[in-house]
Design a protein around this ligand. Structure first.
Ligand code: NDP
Length: 230
């Protein structure tokens, strides 16, 4: 049985991944900041029993990562989904002058460095897999060609995440590491006007993740761009 570990798994796209992988028979490790308040995850755990493990993880906390490292270091993880992310309120409307540097640091810490710490933590577990994959949840906002004069914190954080993906793909050629854009998805972050339901986006991403080849490592894959492979 393959094991998938998901960060930010209590709501939105992360929770969508949890449901999708449970339905497909995987072992799921669902990480979230506040397991006691993750009611929907707890409900799923009563249905799926030991196939769903719920773990506490704030991706800015080295204490949380150390605990998980001690627990999972010698266990196999096949797919690591670095999904946890934030976008400050009005993130897409703030100019440089309006941007608070502390907000930028916080956003970088969660969106980019959180994924970096996560890879450091679970690298050993991925080494036990015959087909290890890292999925970093990317955004068009991180693309330099899409830059405009707003949204510095989120854009810089997702740009850094792309670089993390590309560098790690070069460093560790045994793991297929990609930056995957989920499309524009109806979640707390994506908002009501988004054009994709969470379940729709997640189903497409699961198909893409299944079809990844080692030669894809380092790529930015956009779910909304036509690609005959998926
Ligand atoms: P949501 O805002 O719905 O969910 C964000 C998740 O991240 C929550 O589970 C939240 O947990 C968690 N999270 C936030 N901060 C931390 C932290 N410090 N440690 C651990 N978990 C944390 O967002 P989406 O589901 O829409 O987004 C998921 C990912 O997809 C993000 O990386 C986002 O940037 C990316 N993305 C989303 C798009 C969209 O259209 N929705 C488009 C492009 C990319 P909590 O409940 O505790 O706050």
């Amino acid at each position: 049985m393959e094991t998938v570990l998901i960060t930010g798994a209590n709501r939105g796209i992360g929770f969508g991944f949890v449901k999708a992988y449970l339905e497909r028979g995987y072992q799921v490790i669902a990480c979230c900041r506040l397991p006691d308040k993750a009611i929907e995850l707890q409900t799923l755990a009563t249905e799926y029993g030991d196939r769903l493990l719920i773990e506490q993880l704030d991706v800015t906390s080295s204490i949380d990562f150390d605990k998980l490292n001690a627990k999972y270091k010698h266990l196999k993880v096949d797919i690591l989904i670095n999904n946890a992310g934030v976008a400050a309120q009005y993130f897409d409307k703030l100019t440089l002058t309006q941007t608070n540097v502390d907000d930028v640091l916080k956003t970088l810490e969660i969106n980019a460095l959180g994924s970096m710490r996560s890879i450091q933590c679970f690298e050993h577990s991925l080494s036990f897999s015959s087909n290890p994959r890292i999925i970093n949840m990317a955004s068009l906002a991180g693309s330099i060609s899409s830059a405009n004069g707003f949204g510095y914190a989120y854009r810089m954080s997702k740009c850094a995440l792309n670089m993390l993906t590309a560098c790690y793909a070069k460093e560790n050629t045994k793991v297929t590491s990609v930056a995957l854009r989920p499309g524009w998805v109806k979640t707390a972050m994506g908002g009501e006007d988004a054009n994709l339901e969470t379940s729709e986006s997640v189903a497409k991403m699961v198909t893409i993740i299944n079809k990844l080849q080692p030669s894809d490592s380092g790529r930015f894959i956009d779910l909304e761009l036509q690609d005959s492979r998926w």
